[in-house]
Design a protein around this ligand. Sequence first.
Ligand code: PNS
Length: 188
Amino acid sequence: MSGNHHENERAPMINNGVFIYPGSFDPVTLGHLDIISRASGMCGRLMVAIGRNREKKTMFSVEERLDMLSDVISSHGKKGGRSLSNVEPVAFNGLLADFAKNCGAHVIVKGLRAMSDFEYEFQMALLNKYLDDTLETIFMMTNVEYTYLSSSAVKEIALNGGRLDGLVPQCVNERLQRKILNLRGMNQ
Ligand code: PNS
């Protein structure tokens, strides 16, 4: 089953305000892109916000992750997908609840893959609501073909020379290969 058959059909608009889709995006995967594309049709403006997760050491700098997101978002429409003209990649420091308020966003969008995501996401949603009770978190079930996909798995596969088409956009694959060559060069 492919999620792309309905790419150009409109998702129902929920609210024409600002939604925020936060994450580490290290790097952005086709699973993220699927959520971005579906969520963008549901709101007036979607901010894809790179935040800092203290638990994770990243492979890509914030600037590199922003660059990859911009590439992927601007080329989506050209590759036959939904035009993502209302999607804006941004980076923030500090708390997501504060950043959302500054952007005028009242809705946080998150993708859920499996029960294993639930506990962490549930805690985040409640903490964000505690920090700002006007904030709502909505969850979108990931497309079935991406349930097993994660940025960590992508990095693991890339570092071990595995195949990545079908998991990340082509431009992200190229950047991963370049990054790995650079990392290897630095370690010699
Ligand atoms: O893709 P990830 O790693 O699940 O993204 C996590 C992220 C960056 C969205 C989350 O760690 C975050 O919101 N960080 C900013 C700090 C914050 O507001 N934390 C939540 C309250 S403790």
